[in-house]
Design a protein around this ligand. Structure first.
Ligand SMILES: [Zn+2]
Ligand SMILES: [Zn+2]
Length: 255
C-alpha cells in the first residue's frame, strides 16, 4: 500500500470524478490520501472529503500564494477546523520566492502564525518551499518542537539534511521522475525512514504522464522511481514510506 501524502482533491477534475480517481488509485496500490488545503475555502472542502471517506485525511492551512488573501481570522478558523478527527496536519504553509505572488513579509507572517498553531496543537505541518531555503530553515528553527514534512522537495542535498536534522521528513513528487532532474541524486543520499511520497495532484504529473493533469494513483510512479534509485523492491519503498506517513500524521491503523 502507498499513501499519497499530498493531493488537492478539491480541484474540479478530481472532485467531479472522485470515485473514479480513487478506484484508479486503488488499482495502482495507492489506498490512502491526504487532501491538503491551500486556503480557508478549500480547507472546508478537504474537511468534508475527510469526514466522508475513511481513506481520505485532510489538512487546513494557507499556502504562501494565498497568504495575501488570508482572512483576518484565519488562525481562529484553522483552530476550529483542526478539531475534526480527519484533520491530520496544518498546511500547506511556507514560502515561495520563485513566484512571490504574496509579498515575502506577508508570506513569513502567515507561515509563522501557522507554525504557532501546529506547536500549540502538537500537530505536524506540511510546508512548501520554493527558492526560500534559508528563510524556511530560519522559521522552522523558531519552532523546535514542531515536526512535519518538506512537501514536493526540490532543493539540494544540503537543505534536505538541514530539514532532516530539524526532524522533518522529505517528500518527493512527480518531479523526481523528470528527465535531467537533480532530485534522484538527492534522494539516493537520504535514508528511507525519512522519505514520503506524494503527487501534488493535479500538478506535477510524473513520467510517463508528464504534462497531463495528475491524480493520486500516480504516487506509484514516484515510488517506483525511488525503488530504482535505492535499488530496492517497490515493496520496500511502499512499506517504509507508508510507515513514515502513518507515524508522522498519526493515521489510524488499517483493520
Ligand atoms: Zn506546494
Ligand atoms: Zn500542494
Amino acid at each position: 500500500m502507498l499513501i499519497d501524502t499530498h493531493c488537492h482533491l478539491f480541484y474540479d477534475d478530481l472532485k467531479n470524478d472522485l470515485p473514479g480517481v480513487l478506484d484508479r488509485a486503488h488499482d495502482l496500490g495507492v489506498n490512502r490520501f491526504i487532501c491538503v488545503a491551500t486556503n480557508m475555502e478549500d480547507a472546508k472542502e478537504c474537511l468534508l472529503m475527510g469526514e466522508s471517506h475513511e481513506n481520505i485525511f485532510a489538512s487546513a492551512g494557507v499556502h504562501p500564494h494565498d497568504a495575501k488573501d488570508a482572512p483576518e481570522d484565519f488562525v481562529d478558523q484553522i483552530y476550529d477546523l483542526m478539531t475534526f478527527d480527519s484533520m491530520v496536519a496544518v498546511g500547506e504553509m511556507g514560502l515561495d520566492y520563485f513566484r512571490n505572488i504574496s509579498d515575502p513579509e506577508i508570506q513569513k507572517n502567515v507561515f509563522r502564525a501557522q507554525m504557532g498553531i501546529a506547536q500549540s496543537l502538537k500537530k505536524p505541518v506540511i510546508f512548501h518551499n520554493r527558492d526560500a531555503d534559508d528563510d524556511v530553515i530560519k522559521i522552522l528553527k523558531e519552532f523546535p518542537d514542531v515536526r512535519g514534512v518538506a512537501h514536493c522537495f526540490s532543493s539540494n542535498l544540503e537543505t534536505a539534511k538541514a530539514f532532516m536534522e530539524l526532524g522533518y521528513f522529505i517528500s518527493f513528487s512527480g518531479n523526481l521522475t523528470f528527465k535531467n532532474s537533480h532530485l534522484p541524486e538527492v534522494a539516493k543520499e537520504l535514508p528511507l525512514d525519512r522519505i514520503l511520497v506524494e503527487t501534488d495532484s493535479p500538478y506535477l504529473s510524473p513520467v510517463p504522464h508528464r504534462g497531463k493533469p495528475n491524480e493520486p494513483g500516480r504516487t506509484r510512479f514516484v515510488a517506483e522511481k525511488l525503488a530504482e534509485i535505492h535499488d530496492v523492491p517497490l515493496k520496500v519503498i511502499a512499506e517504509k514510506t507508508t510507515a513514515n506517513a502513518m507515524g508522522l500524521f498519526r493515521l489510524p491503523k488499517i483493520i
